[in-house]
Design a protein around this ligand. Structure first.
Ligand SMILES: Nc1ncnc2c1ncn2[C@@H]1O[C@H](COP(=O)(O)OP(=O)(O)OP(=O)(O)O)[C@@H](O)[C@H]1O
Ligand SMILES: [Mg+2]
Length: 391
């Protein structure tokens, strides 16, 4: 069928044609924003889940909700491996302060925000080009050179500037598992302080399932500061709705058997659902899509996923890491203990624990429970078994 009218959206952060199964999370985010707007304290939200479950999609959804509500200054960041949190934050805060400055009645509070930002850049030695703030220094605010103190000072000063304009700050941070420990520490401390003095800052973050453990390690009170909704795979009904609703709106339909097979193949993981539906649509000769159409498309879809989605991640591994990941694939369940992996590698737990750490740092593994490890990429085990069978 016509590729141009294909409603499905395999991608990274691409809004799905039907955002199903996420009503609770949208409700929680809405509550957080509305309570913050009402000047009440609220628990911020850290969305966690495997690769491709829809975390970025949800952050963008929250962004749009916030735009509709008005009176919200949005600061949206995606943490990157080769940049510090401060380097990413500073230009966004500057933009926010300039925007606040354009509102009528902006004055001292915005100026204080700009001065604090200037101090922060100097104190922490933030590597940002082309930013010069030509104001006299504001002594004692964000100028200690200590990230914890200065981030807190800076954010609270910018929040005060927003408050002076009857606005709140909404921080949307993606890929938070990449934040360094001291950065996470400083951010949690800032949110803790903000909650105590009811400063108008709300945070919705997203990251891999390592995030709750990392925040808990950074600050033990983090579990009371944040809600950690688990963004998981969709159940059978949700997965079917995710496909059949957009198809029907576009004048096509999938039979029950077709939908059941797609669910079994994808296990309800959103990225795979979009990929399967997109490709089946393109290869199907007619708008009533049947099991035959699904089965005909299957080899190409799987080969496509193997050579792109899975392969890109596999190719980032060192030879030792590959051996480790293959050994994990031989465990009976989705979760493995380090000793099971060591046994498969004919080694012992202590000699392979460094490889495990590297893989966690690369975002390939996480620990769902003490002593257990799991892939962060859904269906990676099945991919590795296919690779093993081929060689
Ligand atoms: N609730 C949903 N229903 C249907 N499809 C969805 C849903 N959420 C996300 N998707 C689709 O899943 C894909 C992945 O979404 P997204 O990029 O937001 O995942 P992610 O969790 O941020 O992944 P990563 O961890 O790799 O960044 C997109 O193609 C998106 O359209
Ligand atoms: Mg994402």
């Amino acid at each position: 069928m016509d590729e141009i009218t294909n409603p499905f959206t395999p991608g990274a952060g691409s809004p799905p044609p039907a955002l199903v199964g996420r009503d609770n999370i949208i409700y929680e985010a809405n509550t957080l924003i509305d309570r913050t707007l009402a000047g009440r304290s609220a628990q911020s939200i850290l969305l966690t889940g495997l690769r491709g479950v829809g975390k970025t999609v949800l952050l963008n959804k929250v962004r749009h909700m916030a735009i509709d509500k008005q009176h919200i200054s949005i600061i949206q960041l995606e943490i990157e491996e080769n940049k510090t949190f401060a380097e990413l934050l500073v230009p966004e805060l500057l933009k926010t302060l300039y925007e606040l400055n354009m509102l009528t009645g902006a004055g001292v509070a915005v100026k204080r925000g700009l001065m604090a930002l200037r101090n922060f850049i100097k104190g922490i030695k933030v590597n940002v080009a082309n930013i010069s703030i030509d104001l006299a220094p504001l002594q004692g605010v964000a100028d200690s050179g200590d990230l914890n103190r200065d981030l807190c000072d800076l954010m609270l000063t910018v929040a005060a500037a927003a408050k002076a304009q009857q606005r709140i700050l909404l921080l949307l941070i993606d890929e938070m598992q990449l934040m360094a420990k001291d950065e996470l520490n400083a951010l949690i401390l800032t949110m803790h302080k903000a909650q105590q003095i009811i400063a108008p800052i709300a945070l919705v973050g997203a990251g891999l399932p390592t995030l709750p453990m990392n925040t808990g390690k950074a600050k033990s009170y983090a579990e009371r500061l944040f809600l950690y909704p688990d963004i998981g795979k969709l159940n059978m009904q949700e997965a079917q709705d995710a496909i059949s609703e957009p198809a029907e709106r576009a004048g096509a339909s999938f039979t029950k058997e077709a939908l059941e097979t797609i669910f079994n193949e994808t296990q309800g993981y959103p990225y795979f659902l979009q990929t399967w539906a997109y490709n089946i649509w393109n290869t199907s000769p007619h708008p009533k899509i049947t099991l035959d159409d699904v089965m005909r498309a299957k080899p190409r879809i799987q080969a496509g996923l193997d050579s792109s989605f899975f392969r890109v991640r596999y190719d980032r591994l060192t030879p030792r890491e590959k051996i480790f990941m293959h050994a994990m694939a031989l465990c009976d369940s989705q979760e493995c203990t380090l000793s099971e992996v060591a046994k498969q590698m004919q080694s012992n737990s202590s000699s392979i624990s460094r490889i495990r750490e590297q893989l966690v740092r690369k975002g390939m593994l996480f620990s769902p429970r003490h002593g257990c490890i799991r892939y962060t990429v859904p269906l990676f085990k099945e991919f590795l078994l296919r690779v093993q069978n081929r060689s």
